[in-house]
Structure formats: structure tokens, C-alpha cells
Design a protein around this ligand. Structure first.
Ligand SMILES: [Zn+2]
Length: 246
């Protein structure tokens, strides 16, 4: 108990805002299912707290409030409706759940997940509808239709790997749903700016999506669009792959 309290105090010094909590074993109803998780080992929670501090340090403080992110809960064995997840945005309870172990050893993956899942909170705060966006859909190539959601691509090999082979999209995962398309562009525009800059030179659909994404951010929290500002003169980069996704 004393260890848990000490750990929590340390985490809260590292990250403000939002409030960071260590989870007990719990089951919370959200949408049509239950979010379940168990307490995280101390060392993994600390690693995650440091990672969160590093990745979110450039987020405007007001963005957490505007996105409805009041709590970040660190846990393990995180699942939604029984499906294991690395993170879950719970906009019904203003909470972002982070599994401190799932995918934590995959280079670049846990960082990407933080930005990707946080965007789902932004997306919900924008207009209350995460799964439909006619304005965004109109930016896609004529005839394109999204798949049946990220939940059905969790085991698809390399679904989250950056690829140049799908015009207008960064990953296969981005083609599974409009909500994932936006979250992928947001996350990679923070973590892989050089790669995005290169794609913009030849992909007008991606460039148009970025303009729309910046408008969404600016509308919710003026200044937040600077998070995803891209320097079009950036050098050609290399990039890493992500094998699993949320
Ligand atoms: Zn997602």
C-alpha cells in the first residue's frame, strides 16, 4: 500500500495535467461493453509515466481539458469486451487507459499509441461523433470506402506499418475507418514529421487531410494545430514499422 501511494505521488509529479492514476482491478461499462484491467507492475508504470511525460510535453495544457482527458489510468491486461488493447480512450468517463506492458517493447509503438488514442478523445470532443465525418470522407479518392473498423484489424499483419502503397493513407489501419484515418495522421504527424513531409510532396489527398485535421484541432483548442505542423522542406527519412494497433 505504501509502495503504491509513493508510486502514485511520483507519477503525479511527473505528469500534470491530467491526473495519472494506478488502476486497481476494475470493470467499467463504456458503450456496449466493459473496459477491464488489472494493476500494473511498479517498474512498467514508471516507464509509462516517463513516456507519457515526454510525448505529451508539447500538448497545450488546455487541450487536455478541451479533449475531455481528465484522467490517465495506468494498468495491465487492459481489454475492451474481452479484446486486449494497448490503450483505450473512454470519452464517457473522460479517461485514457494505458496498458503499461502491451507492445511496450516494440520500438516506437507505445509512443504512437499515446498520440493515436488521445486523438480519439479529441475527435469525440470535436462534434460528439467519432465514426462519421462526411467532410473528411469527401477528401478521399472517388469510390473509396473504409473497412469495418479498427477493431476488426487487430490481428492483421503490419496493419499499422507506414506504407507508401496506399495513396491518401499512411497505413492499412487508416483504411479501416474514418476515425482511424484521422488518428493515424495525427499521431504520425507528431512522431514522423519528416516522413509525412515527403509524402505531402506527391500526395494531394494527404495534404488536404492535414489541412482539415489542423482545422479540427484549431476549432477545439486554438494553437493545438501547431502540434502537427509539417515542414515541407524536411529531408527524406527512413521509418519504422508497427506490428499491432488499436
Ligand atoms: Zn484508433
Amino acid at each position: 500500500m505504501i509502495t503504491a501511494i509513493t508510486c502514485l505521488a511520483l507519477l503525479q509529479q511527473l505528469i500534470t495535467p491530467p491526473c495519472v492514476e494506478l488502476s486497481q482491478t476494475q470493470s467499467v461499462q463504456a458503450g456496449g461493453g466493459f473496459i477491464t484491467c488489472e494493476p500494473s507492475p511498479f517498474d512498467d508504470a514508471l516507464d509509462a509515466a516517463v513516456r507519457i511525460q515526454r510525448e505529451f510535453k508539447d500538448y497545450p495544457r488546455q487541450l487536455f481539458e478541451r479533449a475531455g482527458c481528465n484522467r490517465i489510468v495506468l494498468c495491465t491486461k487492459l481489454a475492451y469486451a474481452g479484446q486486449l488493447r494497448a490503450a483505450i480512450p473512454d470519452w464517457e468517463h473522460n479517461t485514457l487507459y494505458i496498458d503499461t506492458q502491451r507492445g511496450a517493447k516494440s520500438p516506437g509503438y507505445p509512443e504512437h499509441v499515446l498520440h493515436h488514442e488521445f486523438f480519439h478523445l479529441i475527435d469525440h470532443a470535436d462534434d460528439g461523433d467519432v465514426y462519421n465525418d462526411a467532410t473528411w470522407n469527401a477528401l478521399n479518392p472517388i469510390g473509396f470506402r473504409y473497412g469495418n473498423g479498427g477493431v476488426n484489424a487487430q490481428t492483421t499483419r503490419n496493419t499499422g506499418a507506414l506504407t507508401d502503397s496506399i495513396p491518401g493513407f499512411l497505413t492499412h489501419y487508416a483504411t479501416t475507418g474514418v476515425e482511424e484515418d484521422k488518428a493515424e495522421l495525427f499521431a504520425f504527424s507528431i512522431t514522423h514529421k519528416d516522413y509525412i513531409a515527403t509524402r505531402f510532396r506527391t500526395d494531394t489527398t494527404l495534404a488536404a487531410k492535414m489541412t482539415r485535421l489542423q482545422a479540427i484541432l484549431n476549432n477545439l483548442c486554438p494553437g493545438a494545430q501547431n502540434l502537427i505542423t509539417i515542414d515541407s522542406n524536411a529531408p527524406t527519412p527512413s521509418h519504422s514499422a508497427y506490428l499491432t494497433h488499436n
